[in-house]
Structure formats: structure tokens, C-alpha cells
Design a binder for this molecule. Structure first.
Ligand code: ZN
Length: 289
């Protein structure tokens, strides 16, 4: 039997615990009352070997992967894209995507004009994530300083062939125009409610991002986790400079996200099933939050 006084103490402790939890929740979300996060699919890359995405996967497995960008709209008016997709002929010829829309047209499906985009966070220099950066005339481009400096110089010369030569010229020219903001490493809040992190090691200094929303923290992994399978089976991406670092980055995403469901991988078509609105069987735009 418990004495009444002990019961009271325990009841008080429970009440303050609940109040504490509520307080934590309110604090975490108070600065982001109306942030929305959407995934926008602008192309399909067909029949890719899963073993090129997930280390150790069965080499006979193939998958039609989604090429996407992520749109964050913030209450302060900022319209932020994570990654910019691709559009140059060279890539269309080489990769023959299906269901292709220029990324600048794809954002219109979410009600955004290309000139409305204020910021683009480039996760890494690969063609299918950075090539479209110059389709958005008003956007400031955020990329890790080390990612930039490792791959190109200010004249647009390629220093590491992970970047395409046309994209190196394009990015250097945006930098000369004062439109590139270099990010100084890991765990940086680059604008209110949006932080970027390094360590994924898809490329030299690839980054992923977290976005605070009223419903918690979303992780936009980009290619630092290609598919849900990477995360679910704790498998590194197949294209990484450092598998261990990649796994650690994926573990960190799981710590940062408010729930595992809120980690969005870079190329998984399943994103458009998991987050589809009821009755919408093949959406190009889904709302994560
Ligand atoms: Zn990539």
C-alpha cells in the first residue's frame, strides 16, 4: 500500500512529466507554425540495378527510381528547394528519363513559379541534383564550401569528375554573380528552421537537411540515403566514398527525425505511395507535412 502523501507526490510527478513533454513539443514547433514540405517527382529513371543503390543488394533486382526535388515553404515567405534536378539535353539523351518535366515546370504543380524560389539547397554536385539550379532566376544557391572547392574552381574548371563540366561552368558563373552561398561545414542552421549536415559521403561533402515543421522534424536525405531499404536494413548506399561514414550519417538521420517515417530518401518511388493523398494513385506531388 502507498501512503496518500506518496500517491500525491507520484501524481504530481506524472502531471509535471506530461506538462514537460507538452512543453518540449510546443518549443520544438513554435517557430514553424505553417511550414510545408513536399516531394515533387519530375522524372523516372527506369530499370536501375538496386545494387547500384544499396550495397550488397541482389544484383538481379531492378527498380524504376524517382527523380525528385523537395519544396519547403516557410511562414516567413521563403520558398526553398532542396536540389534542383536536371534538364540539359546531354543528360536527357544519355539517361532517357520517362515522365520528364523540367524541374522549373514541375514546381508549378505545387503552385510555385520558378521565379518564386528564393533558395536552393544543393545536396551535392551530381548532375541529377544540381543541373537545374540555373532554372530558378531568383534563387540563392546553398552548397558546402568543401563540396564546391573539391569539385571545381571559380573559372568553372572541373577538379573532380563527380561534377559534370557543364554544371561546373554553370555553378561557377552563379558564384561570380554573387548567388552562391557557401556553407561552412556540419550542423549549420542556414535559415530559420532549416539545418544542414555533412558526413553522408555520397560525394566529398554531400549534405542532408532537416526542416522543423509543426508536426516535428523532417529529414531530407537526398542521395545520402537513396532508398527506404538503406535505412530499414541499415545498408550503406552503393555509391559512397566511405561506407561507415554513410551508415553513421543514416543513424544520425534517425536521431534527428521526429519519427522514422519523416526521413525522406533521395530516389525511392515509394515516397509517392506513402504520402499520397487518399484516392490519388500516381501523384507527382506529395505533402510530407
Ligand atoms: Zn548523387
Amino acid at each position: 500500500m502507498m501512503r496518500p502523501a506518496s500517491r500525491l507526490l507520484i501524481a504530481a510527478a506524472i502531471v509535471s512529466l506530461i506538462a514537460g513533454c507538452t512543453r518540449v513539443r510546443v518549443n520544438r514547433t513554435a517557430n514553424a507554425p505553417n511550414t510545408s514540405v513536399q516531394a515533387i517527382r519530375y522524372a523516372t529513371l527506369s530499370n536501375l540495378p538496386v545494387s547500384a543503390l544499396v550495397r550488397g543488394a541482389d544484383t538481379s533486382r531492378r527498380l524504376d527510381v524517382a527523380a525528385m526535388v523537395w519544396l519547403v515553404r516557410r511562414p516567413d515567405g521563403r520558398v526553398v528547394l532542396m536540389d534542383a534536378g536536371f534538364y540539359r539535353d546531354k543528360f536527357l539523351q544519355r539517361w532517357k528519363p520517362s515522365d520528364f518535366l523540367r524541374p522549373s515546370e514541375a514546381v508549378r504543380l505545387a503552385g510555385v513559379r520558378p521565379e518564386d524560389v528564393t533558395d536552393i539547397i544543393v545536396s551535392h554536385v551530381h548532375w541529377d541534383h544540381m543541373d537545374g539550379a540555373d532554372l530558378f532566376p531568383g534563387a540563392r544557391i546553398w552548397i558546402q564550401r568543401d563540396e564546391y572547392a573539391h569539385h571545381l574552381d571559380d573559372d568553372g574548371r572541373v577538379l573532380d569528375r563527380a561534377v559534370d563540366s557543364l554544371d561546373a561552368v554553370m555553378l561557377a558563373s552563379l558564384k561570380r554573380a554573387g548567388r552562391v552561398q557557401l556553407v561552412e561545414g556540419d550542423d549549420q542552421e542556414i535559415m530559420p528552421g532549416i539545418r544542414v549536415y555533412t558526413g553522408g559521403k555520397h560525394t566529398y561533402a554531400s549534405q542532408f537537411a532537416t526542416v522543423q515543421t509543426p508536426d516535428g522534424t523532417i529529414v531530407l536525405a537526398s542521395d545520402n540515403a537513396y532508398l527506404y531499404e538503406n535505412l530499414d536494413q541499415r545498408r550503406p548506399i552503393a555509391q559512397t566514398l566511405d561506407s561507415l561514414s554513410n551508415l553513421r550519417a543514416q543513424d544520425r538521420m534517425k536521431m534527428l527525425a521526429s519519427s522514422l517515417r519523416l526521413i525522406v530518401p533521395g530516389h525511392d518511388p515509394e515516397v509517392f505511395t506513402r504520402f499520397a493523398a487518399k484516392g490519388d494513385s500516381n501523384p507527382k506531388v506529395v505533402r510530407i507535412r
